[in-house]
Structures are given as structure tokens and as C-alpha cells.
Ligand binder design. Structure first.
Ligand SMILES: [Zn+2]
Ligand SMILES: [Zn+2]
Length: 351
């Protein structure tokens, strides 16, 4: 199978016959980044990561494209042809690193990793709610600590395996160190984040003194930052993957979610700093549910609560969007794995 760049005109409209993969509706004349007018499915799913190449009336490249081998500017060259300097096919420069040419075992693993990560997030949320409910009914600190540790270990193992698969390096087209940065950040931070979160969750029930509570609260800041780093790393990597299936919309969306996460975390940390420093300065106890806080703590409590609620709200939105993003991006991977398998079979048969 040769390279199959998708030909579009100057305005970005598809100028070849292309049926929608979901409903069969002809996509000729549609913008490559739009949705199918027949069924509303995104057109990128029908082109499955074919690189978009802008051609003029004669069918020659109408954009600046550096040859990936020698750097020659390929403008004005037939996209089905080869570089005049080094004779490497233009297709290699257009879409040599795209998902549809990836190792099918790798694409399957990455797709499975994304699904597992969605399960891991859902599991962590369910276990968190379960642990909070348990705290209402059971007052024994040792039991709460034990349950917290078990819940953290279970959801932690899920998250680590999921993250490792979703960020698995492509054996054929290794990313540059810079483009691989997100994957490395996420992998580096996930284990300390889970271990730290579990340790604090297990120790907090024993912290009964005013000072112990303060320390437990402040220790949540580094763990929160580690979790933020995991989310940022994963989102940076998802953006790279979205670029490889050529879905710029998803790539931009990953960036939006990344900033939502950052703002949510900054607000959360701000809320924590306000209440803890107010307590440290005044020497008054931290406000606890059901108790009227002392005068000086009331203002700090309201400010901190408002910031904290906003931060939590943004983080919840970011988490839901992250799950939707993972689902949308994941759709490409089984299809890419099939396309790549078919190509391998074709190649073996042709030999
Ligand atoms: Zn359709
Ligand atoms: Zn060249």
C-alpha cells in the first residue's frame, strides 16, 4: 500500500471521492476538519489519519513541505511522486509518522491503555466516595487507614498499568525527546503520587491534634502537584497522539483540559494555603464541619471555601472532559491497528 495523503483544495475542501466510514455519505467538497453531513461523525475518522495535503488545480503540492530526509522544499511537486533531491517518496514526508503506518500491536496496546485509564479514573472516584461514606459509619482510625491503603493500592495498580500502556513508545517511529516529554513526566510522577497519596490517606485518621491536622493538610500540596504533573504529562502525550491521527480538534482540546487542570489545582492550593496560614497566624483551630469557627477564622474559612469549591468544580470538569477525550481519541486506535495489520498481510503476500 502506498502512502495515501488526502487531497484538499486551497480552502481545505476534500477534492477526491471519499465515503463516510460510518454512513457511506460522500464527503467530497466537505472541509477535512468538519463532521459528516449525513451522520455527524467526525470526518477524521473516515480519513483515519491520512495526512491532508493542499494541492493546486494541476494536483501539485500547494504548500511548503520540507522533505523529511533531505530538507528540500517540496512545493510544486506531485504528492504521489518523489523528492527531486533524494528520491524518497513525498508520502514519507507527508505522513510517514502517522498512526496508520504504526505497528498494529503498539496501536492496540495504546488504545487498551486509554480504556484502562478511564476505568482507573472511575475506580478511583468510586473508591474515594466509598471511603468517605465509610468514614461516616466507622470511627476506628486503624480500620479507615487499612481500607484507604487497600483502595489506593487497587486503583494505583490500575492507573500505573494504564499509564504505561497509553504512553508506550512507538517501536517504529520513536518520538524526539521533546515530544516524548509528556509521557516521561507522567511515568516519572505517577508512582510517587500514588504512594504519597496512600500514605497521607492512611496517616490522616491518626492525626487528631491541631498540629497533626495542619501537617496532613500541607502534605497534600506536594501530592496534589504530583497528580497534576501526571495529568499534564498524559495530556501532553495525548496531544501528540491526536496529532498523529491528524485530529487537530482533539489536540487543541487536550491543551484546554490541561489548563483547566492547572487552574483548578492552583485554586485548590490557594484555598489550602489561606486556611492553613490563617490558622497558623491566629493560633485558632481549623474549622471543622458542624462547629461554628472562631471569628478570625470565619473570613478565611469563607474565602478558602469559595476558592476550594471553584477549584474542585474545575477539576471535576477537567476529569470528565479527560474521560471524553480518551474515549474519542481511543476510537482511532483499533481501526489503525486493523489498517496496519491489513498492510502487513498485504506486504507479506506481495513478497
Ligand atoms: Zn456519515
Ligand atoms: Zn529529499
Amino acid at each position: 500500500m502506498a502512502y495515501e495523503p488526502l487531497h484538499v483544495d486551497r480552502e481545505g475542501r476534500i477534492i477526491e471521492e471519499l465515503p463516510c466510514s460510518a454512513c457511506g455519505h460522500s464527503l467530497r467538497g466537505q472541509s477535512a476538519g468538519a463532521a459528516c453531513p449525513g451522520c455527524g461523525e467526525t470526518i477524521a475518522l473516515s480519513t483515519l489519519g491520512r495526512a491532508v495535503c493542499r494541492v493546486d488545480e494541476r494536483g501539485l503540492l500547494d504548500e511548503s513541505l520540507r522533505c523529511s530526509t533531505c530538507g528540500y522544499d517540496l512545493r510544486g511537486i506531485d504528492p504521489a511522486g518523489a523528492c527531486p533531491e533524494c528520491h524518497v517518496p513525498v508520502g514519507q514526508s507527508l505522513e510517514g509518522n502517522l498512526l496508520r503506518y504504526g505497528d498494529p500491536r503498539w496501536t492496540k496496546k495504546v488504545g487498551d491503555g486509554m480504556l484502562l485509564y478511564v476505568i482507573a479514573i472511575s475506580l478511583a472516584i468510586l473508591l474515594g466516595i466509598g471511603a468517605a461514606l465509610l468514614r461516616i459509619f466507622i470511627k476506628d482510625a486503624a480500620v479507615i487507614a487499612l481500607v484507604t491503603i487497600v483502595a489506593q493500592v487497587v486503583s494505583g495498580i490500575f492507573s500505573i498499568v494504564a499509564l504505561w500502556w497509553a504512553t508506550a513508545p512507538d517501536p517504529d517511529t520513536p518520538l524526539t525527546a521533546q515530544n516524548r516529554m509528556g509521557a516521561n513526566i507522567a511515568r516519572l510522577c505517577v508512582i510517587p503520587a500514588i504512594v504519597g497519596g496512600g500514605a497521607i490517606g492512611a496517616a490522616t485518621p491518626f492525626a487528631t491534634s491541631q498540629q497533626g491536622q495542619l501537617i496532613a493538610m500541607m502534605l497534600q500540596v506536594p501530592v496534589g502537584l504530583l497528580n497534576l504533573a501526571v495529568a499534564i504529562g498524559l495530556l501532553l502525550h495525548l496531544r501528540e497522539l491526536a496529532r498523529r491521527v491528524v485530529d487537530e480538534k482533539l489536540a487543541n482540546w487536550a491543551r484546554t483540559i490541561l489548563w483547566l487542570n492547572v487552574i483548578g489545582a492552583v485554586l485548590g492550593i490557594g484555598a489550602l494555603v489561606i486556611i492553613v496560614s490563617a490558622s497558623a497566624v491566629t493560633g485558632l483551630p481549623l474549622p471543622s464541619p458542624g462547629q461554628q469557627p472562631a471569628g478570625a477564622m470565619l473570613g478565611a474559612g469563607i474565602a478558602s471555601g469559595a476558592l476550594g469549591c471553584l477549584g474542585i468544580l474545575l477539576s471535576i470538569i477537567a476529569t470528565i472532559w479527560m474521560i471524553v477525550l480518551l474515549f474519542k481519541l481511543r476510537k482511532y486506535f483499533p481501526a489503525a491497528s486493523r489498517a496496519a495489520s491489513a498492510r502487513e498481510t498485504f506486504r507479506t503476500a506481495g513478497r
